[in-house]
Write a new protein. Structure first.
Length: 243
């Protein structure tokens, strides 16, 4: 019987982040181990791949701002499909939904240039990002998943502009990143002409109450309270999400 093939350092990093759960924080031991492994593979790993691993590690270590910074660097510099899909994932977790659209747009452009069917390269499940970031006009590039007619219909019904959607999102994202919050799951419901955006996080009820109050306060200060009432962003405990 042949002995088992030893794991490479990259394999070990993949195992650690692959076994991590959204919203949970890596232990100090696992985080330190990942940092050592990342340092060890630095000399022979492509820069964008290294930043990709770093961004995931930082996200699962609870360092959302650093995770976003690394993903943003890759968005500007990389043309690797896997790396760009990871950028979209990181941006989604910190509610930088306009940047999710930018990552998808770049994947689409590279696919077109290389004459690859975008359905083979685009990540799925990101339709809501186009709507909430005020980017429905770009939805034709997103060729995977369902149609966008329902979002167009909702936007017309609640009478909100693309700019207002974007501006409110920036306030909400600012609060999320400022308070180092990872959004495990974001969903929407539309009932009796009322739109609700639920952001599920692993935080205490006291922290969640503070975040919701802060979002309303910041929107009021920015003159966006009426628009916030049309969208109704609400942070909720992750246990209430169907995940």
């Amino acid at each position: 019987m042949l002995p088992p093939v030893p794991k490479t350092k990259v394999d070990e990093i993949k195992d650690i982040i692959g076994n991590a759960k959204l919203g949970d924080i890596l232990s100090e031991f696992k985080y330190a181990r990942c940092l050592r492994l990342l340092n060890d593979i630095q000399s022979f790993t492509a820069k964008d791949q290294l930043n990709m691993y770093k961004s995931i590690v930082e996200l699962y270590a609870g360092n959302c701002r650093e995770a976003k910074s690394l993903a943003l660097k890759n968005l500007h510099e990389s043309e690797d499909f896997q790396v760009l899909r990871n950028c979209a994932f990181i941006f989604q977790q910190v509610l930088a939904l306009d940047l999710v659209v930018s990552a998808i747009e770049k994947i689409y452009q590279i696919s077109a240039r290389l004459r690859i069917n975008p359905k083979e390269t685009l990540p799925s499940g990101y339709q809501l990002n186009f709507f909430l970031s005020g980017n429905l006009e770009k939805s034709e590039i997103y060729t995977v998943g369902g149609e966008f007619d329902h979002y167009h219909w909702i936007q017309q019904n609640i009478e909100i502009t693309d700019k207002a959607l974007f501006d409110v999102l920036q306030v909400v994202h600012g609060v999320i990143i400022e308070n180092n919050i990872q959004c495990i799951y974001v969903e929407y419901s539309y009932f009796e002409e009322e739109l609700f955006i639920s952001m599920h996080v692993n935080k205490s009820l006291e922290e969640i109450s503070y975040i919701n109050t802060l979002i309303a306060k910041r929107c009021y200060q920015a003159g966006l309270l009426e628009d916030l009432n049309k969208i109704s962003y609400m942070v909720l405990p992750a246990k209430e999400a169907n995940i």
